[in-house]
Ligand binder design. Sequence first.
Ligand code: GTP
Ligand code: MG
Length: 136
Amino acid sequence: TQRTLVLLKPDAVRRALIGEIIGRIERKAGWTITALELRELDQETLEQHYGEHKGKPFYEPLVAFMSSGPVVAMVVEGERVIEGVRRLAGPTDPIAAAPGSIRGDYGTIVRENLIHASDSEESAIRELKIFFPGIG
Ligand code: GTP
Ligand code: MG
């Protein structure tokens, strides 16, 4: 069984969509939320988290957006949950995301796409260490 890091981004919190998004995760049979916290992210955390994008044109606006308000950080556990939450979220660009996916239903622009979910087992391990260092 896998663990993934999910962040409900500041737009999701501002638009009061966290209940709706968490509900979709909870409705998926066999997945469990094992940690959850509303928090503001500092620059160091964001630099670690989005380090792979440093130097890209969207990096600075992305970090500014991600620190524009609190996020909900959570750990979700379950069978193939890494792939599963990515599918629930839909593609990065909300315009390309199908209706029925979180980004397809609620997304507006590519930067403000509501949710982050680890994209591989390797990323999940790396990101969980950043956000929930206390978890084995
Ligand atoms: P995350 O779950 O947030 O990591 O999204 P992702 O894995 O679907 O996308 P990726 O890791 O490639 O990019 C991280 C974030 O940067 C995205 O969620 C977008 O908010 C933003 N982003 C990625 N590509 C672009 C782009 O071409 N333009 C802009 N403006 N933002 C982008
Ligand atoms: Mg990503």
